[in-house]
Design a protein around this ligand. Sequence first.
Ligand code: GDP
Length: 480
Amino acid sequence: ENVRVYEFAEKVNRSVGEVIGVLFALGMMVTKNDFLSKDEIEILAEEFEVEVTTVNPLDELEIAEDHDAEEDEANLEERPPVITIMGHVDHGKTSLLDRIRTSKVADKEAGGITQHVGAYQVEKNGKKITFVDTPGHEAFTEMRSRGAQATDIVIIVVAADDGVMPQTKEAISHTKAAGVPLIVAINKMDKESANPDNVKAQLSEIGVMAADWGGEYEFVPVSAHTGMGIDDLLETILLQAEVMELKANPNRKAKAVVVESSLEKGFGPVANVIIKNGTLHVGDNVIVGKTYGRIKAIKLDDGSNAKEIGPSTPAAIVGLNEVPGAGDELIVMDTDKEVRELAEKRAEYDRAKALSKSTKASLDDLSALIAEGQLKSLPVIIKADVQGSLEAIKGSLEKLRNEEVKVNIIHEGVGGVTESDLTLADASEHSVVLGFNVRPTGAVKKKAKELGIEIRTYTIIYDLLDDVKALLGGLMSPVI
Ligand code: GDP
């Protein structure tokens, strides 16, 4: 929909003249800039033997959205809260995570946490809590910017001897911006210089008033070193989680978020995920961002393998074709065909987006560079069907010059546009490939897209020259 004649011509690698000609033969008058109707597009598609989909690719991307359909309250079950720890550097985020982790090992007779899966779970009063292993607001906000929010509650760690510091404020801003509730852990209480009241006073000044001072935020004094207050902190988290009524439906296809990912010897791509909803099973077909695959193995934080995992459970999953990005969403679909197709669509959409960006940018760049007199020559590669045309085009292009700027033919040849032409174009900044009465093959088009190189094809020499003149802009003196 909403395709102009010249845009269609470009898309199908035909000249504007050919497109207009086809319609003209059928009694339809259009000009270069006219929008094509659906019927006209269908006629042209048939004539040029190309496949046309008039679907907005973004609509297709939403296929998976039935996952977000309204849940029947009856299907929902309580799920563990997912916690991220933030705060100023050296205030004890890592120590606190380690202390909470080892306190679980002490509770458990054997095993403990042996496997790094990006997050871990502990149990308190028979309830589970999931801690994300990467502290800090950078990762948190990076995930959020990608539309993935794994965190239910943020723990802001403030060292009792140091008080509120710049990154404390940042962390609070990021948390509030995300609309995630926060709990303050006043750490290093074992230190003689600890001054928790100072922390409270400083935080109240920036809008985080302690509950025992009449505010709405829980403050828990702790020591990662001695273990003091850790139980209190876990209980406070559970209380907050209860208020939030965190729920999920374990009896549906899983949706998860990637917190980390890597390529591992012997396993291939590994994604550390936290399940947001549903249950993930070994054998499930999943799409994760632009990657996909069938779940081969699910590894838990204690090093054991699981056949299936439910809401808020962190795990490393094996079986993807490539390494996904942090913040990517995992979605289970019915068949491997579905996930592959959706993954391809997403990749195609990204390529198209990148292409439209890079083409535009490069053309804008070109004009700007030429206008500024920085670009002294425009590198072009010309391919034509016969030697005669090639000579004619070459001769005319060489005349398109003045003191400021000229066309620099870096390669010319008879025949179609080849991959090696593209390699050359890629190595020469700001170059354009011009084809006369030749069309690139599908493989070449694909590569050009990937490299962000523009191939322009023509059937009329004047059209070609006009385009190059336009590219060179107002600086051209009216020659030829
Ligand atoms: P992060 O940068 O926020 O992850 O902080 P770390 O966990 O790396 O801790 C920074 C320093 O503070 C380290 O030297 C820790 O040993 C120390 N530290 C952390 N927690 C405590 C605590 O509760 N008491 C004391 N005395 N030192 C602590």
